[in-house]
Ligand binder design. Structure first.
Ligand SMILES: [Fe+2]
Length: 466
């Protein structure tokens, strides 16, 4: 792990000068970057939040530090400047600081990108980070934020190409090289370049065995190529490394549990949920942990498993987010939590405010993915919950190839494929049962070694189809 925090001179020597004269602020900026990129909490600086506070105390006018604090706030809360007054004020303050301070062109682009991202314009934000990377390909913050922006908008090719463009400027002696390989491997696996992804992720682990992103990218390789048993063995044998990355551990545990679900090993999956996924979600209360928990429980119920009263804990985590409507991937998982807990009031509030959001913003042509795919997707989940599986299929099937635009990974979005197949199997309409068989034929072609797919095929063959 990177721990030799760089002072002002060291940042300058690295080719990324900072507009602060405070060595303490420069060092704490590095400490925050290390924890953000490495997805862990460094106790020596008190974790990310404490390091951000120390940085700001050391230099309250450190503009780039303010930009980093703002973007981490937006990414961590599922709120943005349009929905949260505190974030709006903080963004306004950052812009004033930018105008009142003499900062570099690189820092100015960072500030502008953060403002765009915080106002919901992720596309322009990514474009600004890419502009930085043309002249500064070693700016890991620009690399990582662009990567996150592409992730939240479902743009896998851009995610892959962005890291591919900067890699030749890096070497293994530079801080975060292993993390960069882990992120590049993720873009490769999300564009179905499995061999390249596996080689890159393993190289990332050679450079930095603690890199949870390299581990994560390997999980995706195992998932997409049906190597679930190998994935379980890999995570089990390397637990002592990736588990230290506490900001991301929940998601790697989620992958571990999903491997077990595919193999029909429900007790093992629930054991991981009870021991590692749920406790982390309840403690951290972050969006990623909420996504992991809700997605896990929903998948298990699609498999016909009884998850007991586990939704009741999770609903308290979802409650503050029912009116977010900032990132569609988050909205649909919060809806799963409301439906799973059978909380009709929260479900109604989420759906009413989502419909209102789409209605208001469609007039300004700004509702985009929420209108095109988010709303029909959510309406489909509500319809299925009401037992109207035919309606659920008719809502989701026409937009299934647009679901990628809500962001996330293929693995995360697979719950929507499984949902559509399940609804088609449960629909009373013959045309939907035929559709289910088509969807399963398609799934089998892509996932040859998936016991889950084979179980679904057996379900479809047991149904009468005219
Ligand atoms: Fe993942």
């Amino acid at each position: 792990m990177h721990s030799q925090w760089r002072d002002c001179q060291a940042w300058s020597n690295f080719g990324l000068p900072l507009s602060t004269t405070s060595n303490e602020a420069a060092k704490m900026y590095d400490a925050v970057v290390a924890q953000y990129v490495g997805v862990y909490s460094d106790k020596s600086v008190g974790g990310i939040r404490k390091a951000l506070g120390t940085m700001t105390d050391a230099d309250p006018n450190f503009v780039l530090g303010s930009a980093l604090a703002n973007i981490l706030s937006v990414c961590g809360t599922s709120q943005n400047a349009n929905t949260n007054d505190d974030i709006r004020k903080s963004i306004d303050k950052m812009m004033m600081m930018m105008n009142n301070n003499n900062i570099t062109a690189r820092e100015r682009l960072h500030v502008e990108a953060v403002k765009c991202f915080a106002e919901g314009d992720m596309e322009t934000a990514c474009s600004k980070w890419e502009t930085i990377l043309v002249d500064h390909p070693t700016d890991i913050v620009a690399i990582k934020l662009a990567h996150d922006g592409y992730f939240f908008t479902g743009r896998s090719e851009q995610m892959r190409d962005s890291t591919a463009r900067v890699l030749p400027h890096w070497n293994k002696h530079m801080p975060f090289y292993g993390n960069l390989l882990g992120n590049h491997a993720f873009g490769l696996v999300e564009t179905n370049l499995f061999k390249e992804a596996e080689d890159t992720a393993r190289e990332g682990l050679d450079v930095n065995p603690y890199d949870a992103w390299s581990t994560h990218s390997l999980n995706h390789v195992m998932e997409y190529t049906g190597r679930h048993k190998e994935g379980i063995q890999f995570l089990n044998s390397t637990l002592g490394t990736w588990d230290k990355c506490d900001i991301f551990a929940s998601h790697n545990y989620w992958h571990w549990a999903v491997f077990h679900i595919d193999r029909g090993e429900y007790e093992e999956a629930l054991g991981i949920y009870d021991q590692d996924i749920a406790p982390r979600a309840l403690k951290i209360k972050g969006m990623l942990e909420i996504l992991d928990a809700t997605s896990f429980l929903y998948r298990l119920e699609l498999e016909g498993q009884n998850v007991g009263d586990r939704w009741q804990d999770i609903i308290d985590l979802c409650r503050p987010h029912v009116e977010d409507h900032v990132i569609m991937l988050n909205d649909i998982h919060v809806l799963m939590g409301c439906l799973g807990a059978r909380h009709t009031d929260l479900t109604k509030k989420l759906m009413d405010t989502l419909r209102e959001y789409v209605s208001q913003h469609s007039k300004q042509h700004k509702s985009g993915v929420f209108q095109d795919v988010g709303l029909p997707l959510c309406e489909a989940f509500v319809a299925a919950d009401d037992g109207d599986y035919a309606k659920a299929v008719d809502l989701l099937h026409p937009v299934r190839y647009k679901v990628v635009n809500i962001g996330g990974s293929h693995a995360q979005r697979d719950v929507f494929n499984l949902f559509l197949i399940d609804a088609a199997l449960k629909s009373p309409e013959n045309r939907h049962r035929k559709l289910a068989r088509c969807l399963l034929t398609e799934r089998k072609a892509m996932r040859k070694n998936s016991p889950l797919t084979d179980r679904l095929i057996a379900r479809s063959l047991a149904l009468h189809v005219d």
